[in-house]
Write a protein that binds this ligand. Structure first.
Ligand code: SAM
Length: 214
């Protein structure tokens, strides 16, 4: 990770430990020459800086999808709420302005493209094979199931699915990314695990082609 962008990644609001960000950056560098990357769950752009840094180095485009209204755990009264991200007029979360400022400051506006909308709505119209898919959206059962139905089948042969917050031991964290994304991806027979760092899991598509139903 180049020093200038490391400073931006460290300063950005968000949920991406450095060792996991480094994994994203490394895999994005490998995969971006073969096709675009897509992230589900932009928040304020912290992980997008790690991905976008790779695109600045090797070329390519990173799409990042979010409705920017926050997940359940980001809402007022929940553990991961940040009052500074509430639109004062509307009284609802809006992480889009902070994301735009973060990506502008990092100089990654050419590499990182925001897609603003619900993951399932955007994905219903998506047709482009993905070289890297990073799933870090809603962590409840329904959003995780929807993300599994919506996105992993667009990973191209040889491409990778990266899942965040995978906790096989319930004592370490919530279940849906593990039970409703990671395990079904492996059970589909289309993916093979290739790396584990912290709560990140990297699965390579080793069977089927982009668009094939899993
Ligand atoms: C854990 S945060 C993402 C963290 C980010 N990757 C980072 O590095 O800081 C999850 C994000 O997913 C978004 N999200 C949750 N459910 C969604 C859905 N159904 N469609 C689009 N975005 C969603 C939330 O708005 C939130 O910004």
């Amino acid at each position: 990770m180049p020093e200038d962008l490391l400073a931006h990644a460290r300063a950005a609001k968000g949920f991406m430990p450095e060792d996991e960000g480094e994994l994203l950056h490394r895999w994005a560098r490998e995969r971006l020459p073969h096709g675009p990357a897509l992230e589900v769950g932009t928040y304020c752009g912290k992980s997008a800086i790690w991905l976008g840094a790779a695109a600045r180095d090797v070329g390519g485009t990173v799409f990042t999808v979010d409705h920017h209204r926050g997940s359940e755990e980001n809402q007022a009264g929940w553990e991961h709420h940040d009052d500074s991200l509430v639109d004062a007029d509307l009284g609802v979360m809006d992480t889009l302005p902070t994301f735009r400022r973060t990506i502008r400051d990092a100089g990654l506006e050419e590499q990182v493209v925001a897609v603003v909308g619900r993951s399932e709505t955007v994905g219903a119209w998506w047709r482009t094979p993905l070289s890297l898919l990073f799933v870090d959206g809603g962590h409840g059962v329904e959003p995780a199931r929807a993300d599994f139905r919506t996105w992993p089948h667009w990973v191209m042969s040889g491409g990778v699915l990266v899942v965040h917050d995978v906790f096989p031991d319930p004592a370490d964290g919530g279940r849906p990314p593990y039970e409703d994304i990671y395990l079904p991806a492996l059970a589909s027979g289309a993916f093979t695990e290739v790396e584990v760092v912290g709560s990140m899991r990297v699965l390579r598509r080793t069977a089927g082609e982009a668009g094939d139903v899993l």
